[in-house]
Design a protein. Structure first.
Length: 285
């Protein structure tokens, strides 16, 4: 079970340090969207990182998440936006497998799931999405995985080794669903009897010929930023819960190793891009 679901994650820290999504991603989704723009649903919305940008495009936005702790932060953020937008967004405590509890059949124009589909039971989620989406309604979901240091390949080696391979640290704590994230969703099968016209893009920095519409890039990224972002990981929370008596923090170990091997400080500005992929498909009538 994810730490996001059992409410052990610090939602405020999550909101502060989590990746946000570029406008180009939303605009690409809308370019493929064939229907009206009345109701959009964000599945696994967390603190609303993917939900609030939808207010620029849809009359009503509903964020759904099984974690009440995350939703509390989302509602607090909603209280800070203009009233004209605030009344158009709401949040409901539900997972992707139970959307039918809150939405009528053929009532939703767009469903998104940003870095969250891996936590659902796919068969149930796609069944629910098929039911509540209007005919030709749009389902879009996306993933991002590891940060890639563009100018420091050694940093990439260190990061991936300690995060995925070293038996002493994270490796034993990764949940099975992380495999879907590492494959950027490519191993998730969209049911052809319910959805059609799949469009996708995948970007692997230093390997792909060019960046696509889902580019997450920083020219001023620091190792402190890496530290802060890793602190939002559910696997880090799981490690903390298990290794309470450890004399060293796993994130400190990774940061120090990168600093020493690459001759960096924690405040050195680095060019970093993330591995990303997105999928857009339409609901069959």
């Amino acid at each position: 079970m994810s730490a996001y679901l059992d409410n052990s994650i610090n939602a405020a820290n999550y909101q502060k340090n989590r990746i946000t999504y570029p406008k180009s991603l939303y605009e690409t989704v809308l370019q493929h969207h064939l229907g009206e723009r009345n109701l959009a649903v964000d599945v696994g919305c967390g603190t609303g990182i993917g939900s609030f940008p939808l207010l620029d495009y849809f009359e009503k936005v509903v964020g759904c998440d099984p974690s009440e702790k995350m939703l509390q932060t989302a509602r607090m953020i909603a209280d800070t936006i203009p009233e004209s937008s605030k009344r158009n967004v709401e949040f409901k405590e539900t997972g992707g497998e139970t959307l039918g509890k809150y939405f009528k059949e053929d009532s939703v124009d767009l469903i998104i799931a940003g870095e969250s589909l891996q936590y659902t039971k796919f068969e149930q989620f796609f069944e629910q999405a098929h039911k509540i989406l209007k005919p030709n309604g749009t389902l879009a979901y996306w993933f991002y995985c590891d940060p890639i240091f563009i100018d420091y390949p050694k940093a990439n080696e260190i990061f991936k080794y300690f995060v995925y391979e070293d038996e002493r640290f994270f490796k034993a704590f990764w949940p099975p669903e992380m495999d879907y994230v590492r494959h950027l969703g490519s191993t998730i099968e969209i049911p052809k009897n319910s959805f059609t016209d799949v469009y996708s893009e995948k970007y692997i920095p230093l390997k792909s010929e060019k960046a696509g519409k889902f580019l997450i890039s920083r020219d001023d990224f620091t190792l402190k930023d890496l530290r802060d972002k890793m602190s939002t990981w559910s696997v880090y929370q799981r490690w903390l819960d298990t290794e309470k008596d450890s004399k060293e923090d796993i994130i400190d170990v990774i940061i120090e190793k990168i600093k020493n091997e690459c001759n960096l400080t924690e405040s050195t500005s680095l060019k970093v891009q993330w591995e990303t992929a997105f999928y857009i498909t339409h609901n069959k009538a």
